[in-house]
Write a protein that binds this ligand. Structure first.
Ligand code: PLP
Length: 403
């Protein structure tokens, strides 16, 4: 029989919405209530759309039904440009591409860059869309290790060791999903030095740049290394809690002279998808320019901070579980001590947890972490719900073992 599926998909995995989610949906269809802690989607947990964004979209909706510019609405791109200019990053409106979320732009950026066999350095653990997009574009994701013993900081020696003559780019996710690590400027200088020495493009995923806890601060990579070509990704899904509106941007920062053909390719891909969702583009200027309502969720007494704390405390109260306290983003990535928990197949473990407790988390190997000894949980439910969910996970693990 003819094989219909392309071999291009052979190494493409995205486990956050993989077979475990299919089982969760089967359970829901059978009448069970499942607590889904698999995606960083604020809306189902009672986070409302900031009213100024909603008002702006409603006001402009009547004019947003036509195709727009392939790169995006000029006023929105100008707002993105000004946003980076205030951070000391020079940009032109032509350097900005708007997309249906960062997801679309990540895929376009890799499709325009990679030939078969080209390599991209990707963190382990990673947000798996990066590895999947590299693979789909014909490239090879070479994973560099982030070190849990050092608060999940990238291992610079490991990065350096893994550069080859096929390496084209390095991906940095800061603040990090899934670990919650936030890199200081010294770490970023270490990474950008390697990129400079080996002439690597930097892909800087900064979608959680405004979701910071305690004393953490974030500097855009393009501000640390203005002499390097840096593709900066960001959008409205997280800081503005409107993931369903699908609105993101890619800013091509740094020297562009040697990247002219790449930029041409990126523009062809933008043209081919005609334009990004127009109504959400109208919200970008309002979002970036106005009151940043995310801040009050992160201050002492703020909902996101309280939920991060509740998750961390509940997880670390379970014997055999340790966790680096997240400094940013919307997740925790705890470790299950292999001396205590005999888990060979972590996807099977989360499937068994789902069937037993009706709680869905994502296994660590789904984030390209090499050992079956981690999982990721989102910190979006209310603190009391998180405490209860983590307590149930702990009780499940107490008597869990794999043959
Ligand atoms: N990058 C990271 C690190 C993410 O965690 C996510 C979503 O969870 C995305 C990109 C995709 O975001 P968007 O909704 O803009 O497509």
């Amino acid at each position: 029989m003819q094989v219909i599926q392309s071999t291009k998909l052979a190494n493409v995995c995205y486990e956050i919405r993989g077979p475990v989610l299919e089982e969760a949906m089967r359970l829901e269809a059978a009448g069970h209530r499942v607590l889904k802690l698999n995606t960083g989607n604020p809306a189902p947990f009672g986070f409302e759309c900031p009213p100024e964004i909603l008002e702006d979209m409603l006001r402009t909706l009547g004019d947003a039904h036509g195709y727009g510019d392939a790169k995006g609405l000029l006023s929105a791109r100008r707002a993105v440009m000004q946003h980076y200019q205030t951070k000391g990053i020079p940009l032109d409106v032509e350097d900005i591409y708007l997309g249906n979320g960062v997801s679309e732009l990540i895929q376009m950026s890799m499709q325009a860059m990679l030939d078969d066999g080209d390599e991209v350095l990707v963190p382990a653990p990673d947000y798996p869309l990066w590895t999947a997009s590299v693979s789909l574009a014909g490239g090879t994701a070479v994973h560099y290790r982030c070190d849990e013993q050092s608060d999940w900081m990238p291992d610079l020696a490991d990065i350096e060791r893994k550069v080859t003559d096929r390496t084209k780019a390095i991906v940095v996710i800061n603040p990090n999903n899934p670990t919650g690590a936030v890199y200081d400027d010294e770490m970023m200088r270490g990474i950008t030095d390697i990129a400079r020495r080996h002439r690597l493009v930097i892909c800087s995923d900064e979608i959680y740049d405004k979701i910071l806890y305690d004393d953490a601060t974030h500097t855009p990579t393009a501000a640390i290394a203005p002499d390097l070509l840096t593709l900066t990704f960001n959008g409205l899904s997280k800081a503005y809690r409107v993931a369903g509106f699908r609105s993101g941007w890619l800013a091509v920062c740094g020297p562009k002279k040697h990247a002219a053909s790449y930029i041409e390719g990126l523009t062809i891909l933008a043209n081919m998808r005609l334009c990004a969702n127009m109504p959400a583009q109208h919200a970008i200027a309002t979002a970036l320019g106005g009151h940043q309502s995310i801040n009050s969720l992160l201050l002492p007494g703020g909902r996101l901070l309280a939920q991060r704390d509740a998750t961390y405390e509940a997880l670390t109260a379970i014997p055999g579980i340790t966790c680096v306290k997240p400094k940013g983003a919307l997740y925790a990535f705890p470790r299950l001590d292999p001396q205590v928990y005999k888990i060979k197949d972590d996807r099977q473990m989360v499937l068994d947890l789902l069937r037993a407790e009706k709680i869905m988390i994502v296994h660590g190997t789904g984030f390209n972490w090499p050992e079956p000894d981690h999982f990721r949980i989102v910190t979006l439910p209310r603190a009391e719900d998180l405490r209860e969910a983590v307590g149930r996970i702990g009780r499940f693990l107490e008597s869990y073992s794999q043959p």
